[in-house]
Write a protein that binds this ligand. Structure first.
Ligand code: ASP
Length: 351
């Protein structure tokens, strides 16, 4: 393993989740691990050559409880400490890590330092834990610099098991496996085997470095409507008529298809006419929405549904919260959905 440069310092942000549990040697019960004492438990971390400081959420949160308020808390910690650290490692429960990573990618505009999220399937304090490897490699990636001293991965990413994935492209795909995350529509940014191999062509590098612009405005008036064969008018109508609702992720079949019945299309059209933004994201994890491929998709296009391209649902929902949070009009939101803000969809970059 390459030794890292001396001047590296990493801020570890422990938010909660399985990774932060340790077995009490006398009782066998799982208790919260104190990351302030990380190096006492793992003296080998010193070999990484990084100064590691830690802040913890108090109390730690199961990631099922997380949402806009906790995302803002993470953003605030990063923004307040941005100039003092070379990179950030966010320890997070796995259940909603993909949502947090997506949200952070939008909220940390002009990011030019690594923000690496990781966690584990088994607590860090049990013998077979995957947490230790995940943590050590995440720290190594957060501290990695090129020959000129620039960070190799200035992005929000998830590192899990062997792969470094763009955060806003990920989903949790496995409840049990150590290899729990996937990024079906964007290849890994790095693979960690005997050494860490970066695929530099996959990594986003800002054209001209600008100061970090943290964002704290998110609008929760969004919903996900997952269609299924036999879905009723009542379900569709109830969701689309939620008071103050601004945007809906319509989870469709295959390449973006939905029932072609008149009642369904009428409900969608009425919602679009009321000013709702309806984004078409496929229930298939791999591939891209192409509404003009089939008649059933084309009808959605005709009534004003917007393509989510190859976005994950996790990313689309946080992107809508972010765009509406900034008070954008329906047209402006649609315009921003039709371009990539930070590599979240495989279409042209906004900048
Ligand atoms: N329920 C836990 C969480 O997401 C699971 C984990 O940490 O993996 O917070």
């Amino acid at each position: 393993m390459n030794k890292l440069k001396e001047n590296n310092s990493i801020l570890l942000i422990y938010t909660g989740g399985t990774i932060g549990m340790i077995e009490n040697a006398s009782t066998g019960a799982l208790e919260a691990f104190n990351f302030q004492h990380l190096e006492e438990h793992f003296p080998e971390l010193k070999d990484l050559g990084s100064q590691i400081d830690c802040v913890q959420f108090d109390p730690p949160m199961d990631s099922s409880e997380m949402g806009p308020d906790s995302w803002k808390k993470i953003v605030r910690i990063i923004a307040e400490n941005y100039h003092m650290y070379s990179g950030f490692v966010v320890l997070h429960g796995t259940d909603t890590m993909a949502y947090t990573a997506s949200a952070l990618s939008f909220m940390l505009e002009n990011l030019n330092k690594p923000v690496i999220l990781t966690g584990s399937q088994l607590p860090i304090g049990v013998l077979r834990t995957d947490g230790k490897e995940n943590l050590i490699t995440a720290i190594e990636i957060a501290a990695a610099k090129d020959e000129k001293g620039f960070p190799i991965v200035p992005e929000v990413c998830i590192f899990f098991e062997n792969d470094l994935l763009r955060g806003n492209r990920t989903c949790k795909a496995n409840v049990d496996n150590f290899n729990a995350f996937r990024s079906y529509n964007y290849s890994p940014l790095a693979h960690a085997g005997v050494s860490i191999r970066y695929d530099l062509s996959q990594i986003y590098y800002p054209v001209s470095p600008r100061p970090l612009k943290p964002h704290y405005l998110l609008d929760r008036n969004v919903a996900i409507l997952k269609i299924f064969p036999g879905i009723s008018l009542q379900v569709v109508s109830t969701i689309l008529n939620i008071p103050d609702l601004k945007g809906v992720i319509l989870e469709t079949f295959g390449s973006g298809n939905a029932p072609g019945q008149e009642w369904f299309l009428n409900e969608i059209k009425a919602a679009v006419d009321r000013g709702l933004v309806i984004v078409n994201v496929s229930q298939c994890r791999a591939g891209c929405v192409e509404m003009s491929r089939y008649e059933t998709g084309r009808k959605l296009l005709e009534v004003g549904v917007v393509s989510g391209y190859d976005s994950t649902t996790e990313c689309a929902v946080t992107k809508l919260m972010f765009l509406f949070g900034h008070g954008m009009t329906t047209d402006a939101v649609i315009e921003h959905l039709n371009c990539s803000l930070i590599g979240e969809v495989s279409i042209r970059q906004q900048r």
